[in-house]
Design a protein around this ligand. Structure first.
Ligand code: COD
Ligand code: ATP
Length: 234
């Protein structure tokens, strides 16, 4: 995985890869990413409601894998021990979070377990797309996990750092130190921009963000699919 702290390029990260999956080529495949609380879900909702996109939510897949009985949870316990379970057998998210957001090596071990499983599940959902439907994979850690090359387009949502921290602290009740630890564990805006084909700057109203989404979709649909074997740029 790309380590934001070291700034090294992860093996397998391509900024020029085309659609390397089995998906029929008339489904534009778009990776959606951005830092925590930047506005990814708001963008995804607009893409679904206004543009009929199929949304594949990596976080939701992770949570399912981590449910009791899930293969993700079993693998986490095998790697990190029974301590990572609460008394009722569910994942102790606070405990695992405290470990992996403060220890790069542990985070890499967790990612090596979970990320390949997420990709498999995502492909299963993508296979259900209708012809021509936009396929959006909302992947918070798209850059960190070196997946940019899997997509025809990469949309990055950016919002001012202080506004993101405010949302996490005021709206979600997170401690400010925890908010910063999560941001530090992720790629930087600059690293995301390196692989972005579309940057949506979310520093205004939700309406303005929607307009930016619509404009990005218009440029994506304007590219003839048969000429779209590689990645375009804005
Ligand atoms: C460690 C866990 C249990 C902590 O759970 P918790 O409820 O406290 O945090 P939550 O999942 O809401 O994540 C908070 C923020 O941290 C980010 N984040 C999650 N995992 C990671 C990671 N491995 N590296 C960097 N950032 C991460 C999330 O994208 C989110 O923005 C959980 O984050 C987890 O299982 N992470 C590994 C799975 C993963 O990589 N998820 C990202 C989907 S691509
Ligand atoms: N332009 C905006 N103006 C006001 N509020 C906004 C704007 N964009 C997003 N928000 C709000 O900020 C919060 C975070 O947005 P959202 O859930 O879309 O971010 P996210 O990137 O998906 O978050 P996470 O990383 O936690 O999944 C939400 O409550 C959303 O309604």
């Amino acid at each position: 995985m790309k380590d934001p702290a070291s700034g090294t390029q992860p093996a397998g990260l391509s900024t020029h890869g085309g659609n390397v999956t089995d998906q029929p080529s008339n489904n534009p495949r778009i990776g959606l990413t951005g830092g925590i609380a930047a506005g990814k879900s708001t963008v995804a909702r607009r893409l679904a409601e206004e543009h009929g996109a199929l949304i594949i939510d990596a976080d939701a897949i992770v949570r399912k894998l981590q449910e009791p009985g899930g293969r993700g949870l079993a693998a986490i316990v095998a790697e990190f021990g029974n301590d990572m379970l609460t008394a009722d057998g569910t994942l102790d998210r606070a405990r695992l979070g405290a470990l992996v957001f403060n220890d790069e090596g542990a985070r890499a071990r967790l990612n090596a377990i979970i990320h390949p499983m997420v990709r498999e599940e995502a492909q299963r959902i993508a296979d259900s797309a209708t012809p021509g439907q936009l396929i959006i994979e909302d992947i918070p850690l798209l850059v960190e996990s070196g997946q940019a090359g899997r997509f025809d387009h990469v949309m990055v949502v950016e919002a001012p750092l202080m506004e993101r921290v405010r949302r996490m602290v005021e709206d979600r009740g997170m401690h400010e130190d925890d908010a910063h630890a999560r941001i530090k564990a992720q790629a930087t805006d600059e690293q995301r921009r390196e692989v972005a084909t579309h940057v949506l700057v979310n520093h205004g109203s939700v309406d303005e963000l929607h307009q930016a989404v619509d404009a990005a979709v218009a440029t994506i649909l304007a590219v003839p699919r048969d000429a779209d074997s590689g990645r375009g740029t804005d």
